[in-house]
Design a protein around this ligand. Structure first.
Ligand code: THU
Length: 157
């Protein structure tokens, strides 16, 4: 018998320690929280994608009374990029959220399992890692690629 230990490296930093382009991406995700439609959870999430050509694509969570009809901020941005720029690799994503009280979260919010799976396929599709920037007031988590967030990823054989 053998034991496998899976490790994920996460860089913890402040916004001003990020490259200018990444700070801008985080600011866009923060701004997108204001466009969120979250009448049910009141948890407003914003996402911003950086494409290889420098374009920023924005998204935010969209809820619905028919619960599964809604979508997370991350997938809203990724699917929007897929529709508008189908051939442009996604190189980074920033995510930020406001609590129901309207304050930006102290701790970084990390993507749900479904969004991680969609990010995995985005990486596979473009053969390019997607850098993940998760904003919190206390600190930002930087993760070099979604495989670090979703080990033992499902792949079709
Ligand atoms: N949500 C996101 O948009 N992204 C995440 O990473 C986690 C959760 C949304 C879904 C729902 O609209 C609300 O946050 C509460 O779960």
């Amino acid at each position: 018998m053998e034991e496998l230990t899976l490790k994920s490296k996460i860089i913890v930093c402040k916004k001003n320690e990020l490259a200018k382009e990444e700070q801008q991406l985080v600011d866009t995700a923060i701004r997108q929280t204001d466009s969120s439609y979250a009448p049910h959870s009141h948890f407003c999430v914003g996402a911003a994608l950086l494409l290889e050509n420098g374009t920023i694509v924005e998204g935010c969570n969209q809820e619905n009374a028919v619960f599964p009809a809604g979508i997370c901020a991350e997938r809203s941005a990724i699917f929007s990029a897929g529709a508008q720029y189908p051939n442009e690799p996604v190189v980074a994503i920033a995510v930020a959220a406001r609590s129901p009280e309207g304050k930006l979260t102290e701790d970084p919010v990390s993507p749900c399992g479904v969004c991680r799976q969609v990010l995995v396929e985005t990486e596979t599709r473009f053969q390019h890692p997607v850098k993940i920037l998760l904003y919190g007031q206390k600190h930002i988590f930087v993760i070099e690629g979604v495989s670090k967030l979703l080990p033992l990823t499902f792949k079709e054989f």
